[in-house]
Ligand binder design. Structure first.
Ligand code: ZN
Length: 536
């Protein structure tokens, strides 16, 4: 069996009985011993690979328990419309124009990642912007939240959307206030009409995307990722091929869309099926939109959208049924809810399901769980629910939160401190690529935001929700393993657990909090194998 010794390090273990150590010995893919240099040295022989950490910090590999590696991979292949690098609609249109050159008529042009709030024009692109450069190709540019798209006239025509088309349930077709013509901006369920016209990515494209995404995660010290929404056999096969045939080392948890619950049930599959490389996780249900896109369902209207309280994609009865069906089938359940109105609806659905079928350690999850109140925090605690937040949203979207939610509600967005003080186990995650900008998948940037509550403009958003860096590190490792029922096998550096680590250039607990985001990941190790090394 392979033997690996990691010596001369500052080891932060997340193991309460042995919080700090200097060296680790790995046998095969698991940790055998954690201790002093001398304790590890006696285990070393001629076959042992030795890595001298030279005083650097060794932590458990980061666990991103809510991201979209498949979607992220595809976005890495679509036209990059993220803000930055794109600063204006004008620039975005230029990029789309360039991507269209040489493409045969009728072929779709897909773009992703714009943030209307950060564009110079402070609005969504519309069909008229796009028509000039793409008269013969349908175009769809999806906002970074993944819930709103801007399309050109050709795409609207294909989908049969005109001034007479009513808003579908759970969606909105933006229309010009004077003429009533659709502007090309489609929200929520209104995007559904386009689906059948856009050729889905092929198996090869999906597999390539997973490989591209995996590389990005490894370079950030992430060793496990949950895909928060897998719904097709092609996706599952692409993940299998990426792991088995391409040998990507990233550990993956697939949260399955509730639409395929019937298929999973007919095969007797439950949460936990698989192995430590690829595993079936929770059933995922989407209940509302996003707060930056002003589609998250709030109790009180947005500050900057007249009379709107967001969108619920399902009515309460439908949600209750879906939650109960998955819970009954033996699955952990994770429901996407960002606005407080949506969160309350999810808690009601969880309460009803647990009343019908009580289960002790259920770890029912609320994905994002954005806008809270003291009453919501109490209910989460009482019911043993796991919120799955992304404090990183406060960084890129913080200014938009302040404008849309107002100062008071924005302070209660992702209330990490209140949750933890209440005794709730809080994981952390990126929701990548729902955040724009490549560095936003970085756990160290997420930890910096949780610790400082600073937006990318450097403004503090609810400083009373700042948390200690040790707590934030635990959230992104051990607590994230808890969120997928895997804290027994990973998330801390202790004997018997998987040998997944990140080597950091500095100790996050020993630098000023503003410097946490600048710490480099020097090395990533999965199952005792070095899978990433920072280029010198
Ligand atoms: Zn998500």
């Amino acid at each position: 069996m392979r033997k690996l010794a990691l010596i001369n390090g500052k080891v932060i273990t997340m193991d309460e009985s042995n919080p700090r150590a200097l060296a680790v010995f790995v046998l095969g893919d698991k940790i055998l011993k954690v201790g002093s240099g001398a304790e590890i040295e006696v285990l070393m022989d001629d076959d042992t690979t030795v890595i001298d950490l030279e005083g650097k910090t060794l932590i458990p590999g980061f666990i991103d328990c809510h991201a979209h590696p498949m979607g992220y991979g595809q976005s890495l292949m679509a036209v990059n419309c993220a803000t930055p690098p794109v600063a204006s609609i004008k620039e975005m249109i230029e990029r789309i124009g360039e991507a269209t050159e040489g493409k045969p008529s009728g072929e779709w042009i897909l773009g992703r990642g714009y943030d209307d709030f950060k564009l110079a024009e402070r609005r969504h692109p519309n069909r008229w912007d796009l028509d000039d450069v793409t008269p013969r190709n349908p175009v769809m540019i999806t906002r970074l939240c993944g819930h709103i798209s801007a399309v050109n006239s050709l795409a609207l025509e294909m989908a049969g959307i005109s001034k007479n088309t009513p808003d579908p349930e759970g969606g909105r077709i933006d229309k010009d206030l004077k003429t009533g013509e659709p502007t090309g901006v489609l929200r929520g369920g209104a995007r559904q009409a386009l689906r059948e016209f856009i050729p889905p990515p092929t198996f090869r494209q999906l597999r390539k995307g997973i490989n591209l995404a995996a590389e990005k995660f490894l370079a950030r010290g992430v060793t496990s990722v949950s895909d928060a929404g897998v719904g097709s056999p092609l996706n599952v096969r692409a993940y299998q091929a990426a792991i088995r045939d391409d040998g990507i080392p990233l550990r993956l948890n697939l949260m399955m869309s509730s639409e395929v619950l019937g298929e999973l049930m007919s095969l007797g599959i439950e949460t936990g099926f698989g192995d430590d490389r690829l595993r079936i996780g929770a059933i995922k249900i989407v209940f509302d939109g996003s707060s930056s896109g002003r589609t998250a369902a709030l109790s009180e209207p947005y500050e900057d959208v007249h009379d709107s309280t967001g969108i619920l994609y399902l009515n309460q009865e439908e949600l209750n049924q879906r939650v109960l069906a998955a819970h009954r089938a033996g699955f952990q359940v994770g429901v996407h809810a960002i606005g407080d109105r949506a969160i309350i609806g999810v808690l009601d659905a969880f309460e009803a399901a647990l009343k019908e079928l009580p289960r002790g350690d259920h770890r029912l999850r609320i994905e994002h769980c954005g806008i809270n109140s003291p009453a919501i925090v109490n209910r989460i605690k009482e019911m043993g629910v796991v919120p799955v937040p992304q404090p990183i949203f406060l960084y890129g979207e913080g200014e938009s939160y302040r404008a849309g939610l107002g100062e008071e509600r924005a302070r209660w967005a992702y209330p990490m401190r209140s949750w933890m003080d209440a005794g709730i186990t809080v994981p952390m995650s990126s929701d990548c690529p729902a955040t724009s900008g490549e560095e936003l998948i970085s756990p160290l940037l997420g930890i910096y935001v949780a610790v400082t509550r600073k937006t990318d403009a450097g403004v503090e958003l609810g400083p009373e929700q700042r948390m200690g860096v040790d707590r934030a590190l635990k959230a992104y490792t051990l607590n994230s393993a808890y969120a997928t029922f895997e804290e027994g096998v990973k998330g801390s550096i202790e004997p018997g657990k998987l040998a997944d680590f990140a080597v950091l250039s500095e100790d996050p607990t020993a630098v000023p909090s503003d410097s946490i985001k600048d710490i480099a990941v020097d090395m990533t190790i999965i199952g005792g194998m070095v899978v990433y090394k920072k280029p010198r």
